[in-house]
Ligand binder design. Structure first.
Ligand SMILES: *[C@@H]1O[C@H](CO)[C@@H](O)[C@H](O)[C@H]1NC(C)=O
Ligand SMILES: *[C@@H]1O[C@H](CO)[C@@H](O)[C@H](O)[C@H]1NC(C)=O
Ligand SMILES: *[C@@H]1O[C@H](CO)[C@@H](O)[C@H](O)[C@H]1NC(C)=O
Ligand SMILES: *[C@@H]1O[C@H](CO)[C@@H](O)[C@H](O)[C@H]1NC(C)=O
Length: 777
């Protein structure tokens, strides 16, 4: 970037002449795409979508006991918008959430319509989830997906709708001339097939075309502002967000959120604008801290003297705006240039696990049974192991780090520019009763999809989270929401049983409509094209081979029409715009592992997708429109919410919110790599989600008495762990753990906590407190 910035006018002219020559060359080749303007308008945005950090069940494992109680690092919605100067545009939003939600998408689109008219619609906006299993749930509208969260959770839902809207507004307002480069790389050690016996049922000739039983390719976009150089990066790579386990209770973006955090910090530390003038320092020193610390005392004894004069400050009331102002990353933001945004998007991850060491029985330590992933017939004993086993945070860090490093490599070498028109097609399909023409030995044959149903293997779960969601048990099982809705459990009719065969039906969700729909039937599918990049938005988790078949089918439609040359890049954006669980190949479906059992619309689900995507692709090449299709329902007003609100918060007599209950000992010195832990009297984090703020903060002393933010909720090294002494207690504690990074600057530090408490009358009061000062050498 610096290179380009320092190229002054004459060099730019030369570059432009080379560029012009290149365009002419392409034109003379009769290359259609190159006839378009070389430049797009590009804009990126990012906004906090963390949501409620307490009491709310986490989305993904469907484990009733897995409720949020703190934050490992915050979740974000990251957006890019690309526009032709006078033409089409597309917006792609990547959520640090388990999946997109139909209802969230509907409400975001309504907000965009109110704000921008027809510029953004379901046609050109894609909202995709990274599949973290460590974010708050309750934001989907169909019953199956909100059973474990005690129904719908407005706090989760609103955090998403607001955050996505804000992130799109930022990207929209940041639109400036720029270019996009595309590049690919192979990442071998971030995913393994977790249902290899199902994969093996695909035809040998087809498997023979591929080296691996999962996709190893990462496809990356590099966004370069004409004036400022690189401003962001989005990539697609398939691996599940299940590095954090089904017993974790800290909100986390899992491996993809980690990778995004690492890449954004990497960029800031290496390209920190005017403040990062000293490039001789190693990359390892967090420039954001070192640049703002002036005149710290380097001598250990002196540091201790200084620290001794800052004893733990008592908890004190503060205003919200004050606590927000104290964040690290807002102080990093430079007014005169866009903030770098890095997103790690999900793809066809259906059968791809980040637990790359394989799966083992917790009783014997031996590998699980290959065909069934069981241990002595029991699925609940078989667990996948990540590379940091048994430390799930370490596994998350490693799989995140691998994606981050690969992305940086691919980013640095990206040179193929996207050029050509921007286009899109979108339609809704009723997958519960779709005629699908498939080729068969005697020509073609018409088959049908079925109303949604889940098979028995669904309850068995996977090696990433075994034994999930087995709520067909006896009467005393399940939570209050389950007891409310379970009476409508339906025995499937013969037609449905035949249609879904060989899936043994556990829950006939597509035919259960009380108190409202249990599963979706109308789903969105979408193609976005930006020059030679084609994004296929699918509302579910395609397995590796299902994704390959879909990409190949669309590729052959697009290239045979001659509008796109052979060098198109097709990516699947998984879990996008809505959610409908899994999509396997028909051969994998026959095996009925978890993914087959969760392929909702029967054995021909994938063929239905391929047929309908082929229609969208054809429309793209012919310039024709496609019909809108049937509208999905908006079930917001029918949602049932049983999660109780925060009643009130209290502290023991004589203690304030924000006082420490376990402090750092006075006059302590720590080394890098040590843990520092402080416990504060706190209140329920649901009183204020601290959106774009922080609950935990590590501050470093600057000069005499000025505390400067150094690490916050976004940092991997800092954990905010919230707890109540008992379930119904009004008291609570915030335990803040800081593992001092090897890159920490020596100096005097303290740990602070921000929160909000609710009193008997329901009013919310913000508070803050700090630990004793301590020295890091
Ligand atoms: C898995 O099942 C297949 C088909 O039943 C069988 O041929 C194979 O030996 C089994 N593999 C293992 C490792 O048990
Ligand atoms: C194809 O034709 C053969 C011979 O007529 C017949 O036995 C077979 O059932 C047909 N297959 C299908 C799928 O219709
Ligand atoms: C900490 O150091 C200060 C100054 O050196 C001293 O006055 C104080 O007694 C020490 N406190 C403890 C608990 O050792
Ligand atoms: C710090 O805490 C982590 C996680 O709780 C633990 O694994 C590690 O051993 C601790 N390190 C030190 C130096 O105490």
């Amino acid at each position: 970037m610096k290179l380009y910035l320092h190229l002054r006018p004459c060099v730019k002219v030369v570059l432009e002449m080379i560029w012009l020559g290149f365009v002419l060359l392409l034109l003379s080749d009769g290359h259609k795409a190159a006839a378009q303007s070389p430049n797009y308008l590009i804009g990126l945005g990012s906004y906090d979508i963390t949501g409620p950090a307490a009491d709310v069940n986490m989305m993904g494992y469907a484990n009733m006991d897995q409720t949020a109680s703190g934050v490992h690092f915050r979740l974000r919605a990251r957006t890019f918008i690309v526009a032709e100067p006078q033409g089409n545009r597309v917006a792609f939003v990547n959520l640090d959430a388990c999946m997109a939600s139909q209802l969230v998408t509907i409400k975001v689109l309504a907000r965009l319509k109110a704000r921008y008219g027809d510029i953004y619609s379901e046609n050109n906006v894609a909202i995709s989830g990274i599949h973290t299993h460590a974010g708050p749930g309750g934001y989907l509208q169909y019953i199956v997906y909100i059973v474990t969260s005690l129904g719908f959770v407005p706090e989760s839902f609103n955090a998403l709708v607001d955050g996505i809207e804000q992130s799109i507004i930022q990207a929209h307002e940041n639109l400036r001339p720029g270019s996009i480069f595309i590049n690919k790389g192979e990442l071998l050690d971030a995913g393994v097939n977790r249902s290899p016996s199902a994969y093996l049922n695909n035809p040998a000739t087809e498997r023979g075309k591929y080296e691996y039983d999962v996709d190893k390719e990462m496809t990356l976009l590099k966004f370069v502002d004409d004036e400022w150089g690189p401003i962001g990066s989005f990539n697609w790579f398939a691996t599940h967000g299940t590095s954090m386990s089904r017993t974790n209770s800290l909100i986390s973006g899992d491996n993809k959120g980690t990778a995004a955090r690492f890449m954004e910090d990497w960029f800031d530390e290496n390209n920190g604008g005017s403040r990062a003038s000293d490039t001789s320092k190693t990359n390892a020193i967090p420039r954001r801290v070192s640049n703002i610390i002036n005149g710290v005392h380097e001598n250990h004894h002196e540091l201790l003297e200084v620290a001794a004069s800052f004893q733990s400050s008592l908890g004190r009331p503060v205003t919200r705006s004050m606590s927000m102002a104290r964040r690290v990353r807002s102080s990093l933001r430079q007014a005169d240039r866009p903030k770098f945004v890095a997103a790690f998007c999900q793809s066809n991850c259906g059968d791809v696990s980040p637990n790359v060491l394989g799966s083992f029985c917790i009783d014997t330590g031996l590998p699980c049974d290959f065909n069934s992933s069981t241990c002595g017939g029991k699925n609940e004993l078989c667990y996948g192991r990540g590379p940091g086993y048994p430390d799930e945070f370490e596994s998350t860090r490693i799989i995140g780090d691998r994606q981050f490093r690969k992305a940086v490599e691919v980013f640095n070498e990206a040179s193929e520019q996207l050029r050509g028109k921007i286009d899109y097609r979108h339609t809704y399909i009723d997958f519960s009763k779709l005629d699908v023409t498939i080729s068969s030995e005697n020509g073609s044959e018409v088959v049908r999809t079925c109303p949604a149903a889940m098979g028995f293997s669904f309850a068995a779960g996977t090696t990433d989270g075994p034994g999930a969601f087995d709520f067909t048990q006896g009467d005393d099982q399940g939570n209050a929401f389950w007891r409310l809705v379970r009476n409508v459990l339906k025995t499937p009719g013969e037609e449905q049983v035949d249609c879904q065969s060989p899936k043994p039906i556990l829950l006939d969700t597509g035919e259960m409509k009380e108190p409202y729909d249990w599963a979706p039937s109308i789903l969105p599918i979408q193609i976005l094209s930006i020059g030679q990049l084609v994004v296929l938005s699918v509302p579910g988790e395609f397995t590796t081979m299902a994704g390959r078949r879909l990409r190949d089918a669309v590729r052959s439609v697009l290239t045979s029409a001659g509008d796109f040359d052979e060098n198109i890049h097709i990516v699947i954006a998984g879990l996008t715009n809505a959610y409908s669980q899994y999509v396997t190949t028909i051969e994998e479906y026959e095996i009925q592992r978890y993914e087959g059992a969760s392929t909702l619309y029967g054995p021909h689900t994938l063929s239905a997708y391929i047929q309908e995507f082929n229609k969208l692709a054809t429309a793209l090449t012919t310039g024709l429109t496609v019909s809108t299709g049937p509208s999905p329902p908006d079930l917001l007003n029918q949602q049932i919410s049983l999660l109780t609100p925060v009643v009130m918060d209290t502290t023991p007599f004589g203690v304030n919110f924000g006082d420490t209950s376990a402090d750092v000992p006075q006059n302590s010195t720590f080394a890098r790599g040590d843990n520092v832990t402080v416990v504060f009297y706190s209140a329920c984090p649901r009183n204020d989600l601290m959106t774009e703020g922080t609950f935990a903060l590590v501050e470093i002393l600057q000069g005499e008495d000025s505390w400067v933010p150094a690490y916050d909720d976004d940092d991997f090294c800092l954990r905010f762990i919230w707890s109540r002494p008992s379930k119904l207690s009004t008291r609570s504690y915030a335990r803040i753990e800081w593992k001092i990074p090897e890159t920490a600057f020596p100096g005097v530090y303290r740990i602070s906590h921000f929160g909000a408490s609710k009193n008997l009358f329901g009013s919310i009061n913000h508070f803050a407190g700090s630990s004793n000062a301590f020295v890091v050498v």
